[in-house]
Design a protein around this ligand. Structure first.
Ligand code: ATP
Ligand code: MG
Length: 431
């Protein structure tokens, strides 16, 4: 016997029964984004490796240890499975000159890949919804993107997702802070882990993002970046907060929020829940005004965020907020030669009316077909035997009892069956 092959560790199948929830989630996402004027963009899953190195930064978790990179053996190109979506989105923006004429509000959703230790809420293949704006420099768009999050949690029936914000200022403002930060961490060098020591002189800000519990005290005592911000950066930050206050949206100022990627400046934010254990960040983002130019485009202010779909679905499941799955409308039972020739036409005729039909395949007795019809969760069985076929009729049998309504089957002309079913649905809704 040959050995079975399993899926790659940390890369999960989403099976029927669960995949429907993903589709409902995705529909909610699409209409939510449409209501803010965001347009879809579909991007490749594989990009040239240098794109991510340049965009995300060499001294980051992602580039140092999480990327799935490989050489295409057919042509020697160095490629990477995308660990996040912003880099590819910016690449496409530049390549197709999308921001040349007008600002853009774009979104995408799909798989991302990071070689991390798999655990609850952390996978090697996971899904993000990414939202990016290009060409807007003011704090209004940052604030709108934050308000968008609040509306989505509401649309998804989620509460207890809390907002943290910070400002990373501009690179020149970070320079002074960097000096202080290095001095601070050097004083506590014995507490730093290997990674922090390595990053001390290359990317000390990143140390603030460490999850190492032994370092939290030293991190909490570190000098604060906001103290180094100039008046323009402070005004931008205040502009964001003004909108949030006007909207009545509570937020927490977290001066140690830095985000795991290098490209951010000014506003950064995270939406965090304490209901998912250690993996509590469900959405994160901020401004990245230098990235487009850094990747070879014209200077273009930009702001965006990404949500972890698995974590949001886990949260919805935990809140008991998963929407009810709709069953199929009709199970079509047929037996006998004339009946089985008529059955596909009846099924297509019902579908013409928007009625969902599960067509019995594989033959078998009436009894066994009826068993399958009962188990299918369909609202009706449409039954065609030789008798019905000859008369140009079908037998319509309700399979779910609706309150005190009689649950009786009846014979209906082929042309009338769709109307009969639609009317029953209306009656049931009114009952
Ligand atoms: P974390 O601090 O949890 O590692 P991150 O800063 O690396 O997150 P981002 O790059 O900001 O994450 O990605 C945005 C969101 O995508 C996260 O807030 C999270 O919800 C989700 N996410 C990131 N990595 C994973 C993963 N390996 N598995 C599942 N979801 C993830
Ligand atoms: Mg991470």
């Amino acid at each position: 016997m040959s050995q079975t092959i399993q899926s790659v560790r940390g890369m999960n199948d989403i099976l029927p029964g669960e995949a429907e929830f993903w589709e409902i989630f995705e529909e909610t996402i699409r209409s939510w984004l449409k209501s803010y004027g965001y347009k879809p963009i579909r991007l490749p899953i594989v990009e040239p490796t240098p794109l991510f190195k340049r965009a995300i930064g060499e001294v980051t978790d992602i580039v140092e240890k999480e990327m799935y990179s490989f050489t295409d053996s057919l042509n020697g190109e160095t490629l990477t499975l995308r660990p996040e979506g912003t880099a590819g989105c910016v690449r496409a923006l530049i390549q197709h000159k999308l921001a040349a004429q007008q600002p853009q509000r774009l979104y995408y959703m799909g798989q991302m890949f990071r070689h991390e230790r798999p655990q609850k809420g952390r996978y090697r293949q996971f899904n993000q919804v990414g939202v990016e704006s290009f060409g807007y420099a003011g704090p209004d768009i940052d604030a709108e993107q934050i308000l968008m999050g609040a509306r989505l949690w509401d649309d998804l029936g989620l509460d207890g997702i809390n907002l943290q914000i910070n400002s990373l200022g501009q690179p020149n403002e970070r320079a002074n802070h960097r000096v202080e930060l290095i001095a601070h961490f050097e004083r506590y060098a014995d507490v730093l882990d290997e990674e922090a020591k390595r990053r001390l002189h290359t990317n000390p800000l990143r140390i603030l993002d460490s999850k190492n519990p032994y370092m939290q005290e030293v991190i909490a005592a570190a000098p604060i970046l906001v103290d180094h911000l100039g008046s323009e950066s402070l005004a931008h930050f205040e502009g964001v907060q003004q909108v949030l206050r006007d909207a009545g949206l509570p937020y927490v100022l977290n001066p140690r929020l830095v985000r795991g990627l290098d490209y951010y400046n000014l506003t950064v934010f995270e939406w965090i829940t304490d209901r998912l254990g250690a993996q509590g960040t469900v959405c994160a983002g901020g401004r990245y005004d230098a990235l487009v130019e850094q990747l070879g485009g014209k200077p273009t202010p930009a702001c965006g965020f990404a949500m972890g779909v698995e974590r949001l679905l886990a949260l919805m499941r935990e809140a008991g907020g998963e929407p009810a799955l709709e069953g199929i409308d009709v199970y079509l039972v047929h037996q006998g030669e004339a009946a089985s020739r008529m059955a596909p036409r009846v099924a297509e005729g019902l579908r013409d009316h928007g009625i969902d039909v599960l067509f019995h395949c594989g033959g078998g007795s009436f009894k066994s077909q009826m068993k399958k019809a009962d188990a299918s969760g369909a609202a009706f069985a449409v039954i065609i035997g030789d008798d019905e076929a000859q008369a140009g009729e079908v037998t319509l049998k309700p399979l779910r009892s609706q309150g005190d309504q009689p649950n009786e089957q009846k014979r209906v002309g082929v042309d009338a069956v769709a109307d009969e079913i639609m009317n029953s649905f209306i009656d049931w809704e009114e009952a």
